[in-house]
Design a protein around this ligand. Structure first.
Ligand SMILES: Cc1cc2nc3c(=O)[nH]c(=O)nc-3n(C[C@H](O)[C@H](O)[C@H](O)COP(=O)(O)OP(=O)(O)OC[C@H]3O[C@@H](n4cnc5c(N)ncnc54)[C@H](O)[C@@H]3O)c2cc1C
Length: 469
């Protein structure tokens, strides 16, 4: 019998593991089975292609600077479907006004001092405080290797206004963790590196900007994000189609996993027991905890320490075509700590050029995660009724939407809190005690799609190597 590997979880991490293990003739003899609890693959990656045009439930793109997603898409023959940002830029909604957000890098910081100083987002006092970074010594924490929050680190170097109005909206939107709890070491190690190398972040960012200047002055900067024509689910559909040799089981929640005395694992699904030589767990921590038998006590203890943030996205379409601000940019962010029901807004029609059937404007409204516990008990219609007035007031519109969908994510993302790196090391160490068990997903190497693909493919190689020659 060929060795058998089980993959539990059919999100992008599990599917990437399956793709890595797909059997080319020469490697051949491994049998792979993937178990997915729901009736569809893709997990958080889910595209609605209804009357609002293309509206993403979860992610709408992948970062171009991280190669794994583009590499996987190329391997699947999807390069002709790559779609760069159609119209970028965003506004910060500050005291009822749309303030253009300066061009920033992935950490939410502008690349150089002049663009920070030109930006109307900071008051003159805020700018003066930010410039204090030029004089400050390196942080003690960084030198000692300690983790601190992104908010504390940036607040010390550049002042609170930069945290609340620049880095907070970007980091909060990407990580769903408050910037004052978000681990700088796990999420933005490049900030620590800049401080270590240049002492001042502003000087460091300027030096990096010089290095990354486009080859020809005036040539357009490449799109920082990419998606796929037809929406991100195109990636999942291609995987599902081309992974046919791998057994993909949908509606197949694994409810128990236990080590076998003779080696390998026994997996229980709908009352049936399935033996496997190796197992890859690619589900979020609560799902893993629910299936791991008491034999995994050490691993269970550390997994139980992971917390998840919820979110909700409301997709809407309007018949009207708007071009005035704020609809002339890709979206709107709100300052860190906003009390609004909205955490941000994007315009897929503008950002990606997606059309609403029959013409119009599509909108994605991100609901403030702090409102989730109350809203979760409401029906979709009640949620739309609560979001719409805030949205209308922010966008300056009074029209009725022609299409609405509520996309719920009760455990959207693992929170990368201060000390996350250490927690992941403890989880990995605990898992290492179980031979031929590999872990993958948004918890380990970053929450982005490329991070999950890297994590899934690495887990697949670990599981395969553990089987021996
Ligand atoms: C609103 C939102 C917006 C985002 N935007 C972006 C973005 O623009 N760009 C970006 O790069 N990233 C973004 N992300 C992050 C990214 O989408 C996720 O981190 C990533 O998709 C997670 O993939 P995963 O495979 O680890 O987990 P998941 O997608 O959660 O997949 C896990 C799968 O396991 C299944 N499962 C659970 N329990 C069991 C069980 N017992 N048995 C079998 N199967 C089980 C689940 O049904 C699910 O399909 C966003 C996330 C959210 C929530």
């Amino acid at each position: 019998m060929p060795p058998r590997i089980a993959i539990i979880g059919g999100g992008i991490a599990g599917l990437s593991a399956a793709w890595e293990l797909r059997p080319p003739a020469e490697r051949g003899a491994i049998e792979v089975e993937l178990f997915e609890a729901s009736d569809r693959l893709g997990g958080t990656i889910h595209t609605d292609r209804g009357l609002g045009g293309i509206l993403e439930w979860g992610p709408d793109s992948f970062l171009a600077r991280k190669p794994e997603a583009a590499t996987l898409a190329r391997e699947l023959g999807l390069e002709p479907s790559f779609l760069p940002v159609h119209r970028g830029g965003s506004y910060l909604y500050l005291k009822g006004k749309y303030v253009p957000f300066p061009p920033v890098g992935p950490t939410g910081l502008p690349r150089d001092l002049p663009s920070l100083m030109r930006s109307p987002i900071l008051s003159p006092m805020g700018k003066l405080r930010a410039a204090g970074d030029l004089l400050l010594p390196r942080s003690r924490e960084v030198r000692s290797g300690k983790d601190v929050s992104v908010g504390d680190f940036l607040g010390r170097r550049l002042g609170r206004a930069v945290v609340d109005r620049l880095a907070g909206p970007v980091a909060g939107g990407t990580h769903l963790t408050d910037i004052d709890q978000l681990s700088v070491r796990s999420v933005y190690p490049e900030l620590l590196r800049l401080e270590e190398q240049h002492r001042s972040l502003i000087l460091g960012l300027r030096a990096e900007a010089r290095l990354h200047r486009p080859a020809r002055a005036g040539s357009p900067a490449p799109s920082p994000f990419l998606t796929l024509k037809g929406g991100l689910e195109t990636l999942i559909e291609a995987l599902e189609k081309q992974l046919s040799p791998v057994l993909l089981r949908k509606n197949a929640p694994v409810d128990a996993l236990a080590p076998r005395p003779e080696g390998g694992y026994l997996l229980r699904q709908a009352g049936s027991l399935h033996p496997f030589d190796a197992t890859i767990i690619a589900v979020p921590a609560p799902g893993a905890l629910a299936m791991l038998s008491p034999a995994f006590e050490g691993l269970r203890t550390v997994l139980a320490r992971v917390t998840y943030a919820p979110t909700m996205v409301v997709g809407l379409a309007f018949r009207e075509v708007w071009d005035r601000p704020p609809f002339d940019r890709a979206g709107i962010m709100l300052p860190q700590g906003t009390s609004s029901i909205l955490a941000g807004v994007s315009f897929p029609t503008r950002k990606w050029g997606y059309e609403v059937p029959g013409g119009g404007t599509s909108v994605r409204a991100y609901v403030n995660k702090h409102r989730y516990p109350v809203l979760a008990k409401s029906s979709d219609a009640e949620i739309v009724a609560q979001v719409l007035p805030a949205l209308r007031s922010m966008l300056g519109i009074s029209e009725e939407p022609i299409y609405t969908r509520v996309f719920r994510h009760p455990a959207a993302m693992p929170e990368y809190r201060v000390g996350h790196g250490e927690l992941v090391t403890r989880i990995r160490d605990a898992a290492a005690r179980y031979p031929r068990l590999a872990l993958a997903g948004a918890l380990y190497e970053g929450v982005g799609i490329s991070d999950c693909i890297r994590s899934g493919r690495a887990a697949a190689r670990r599981a395969r190597d553990a089987l021996g020659p």
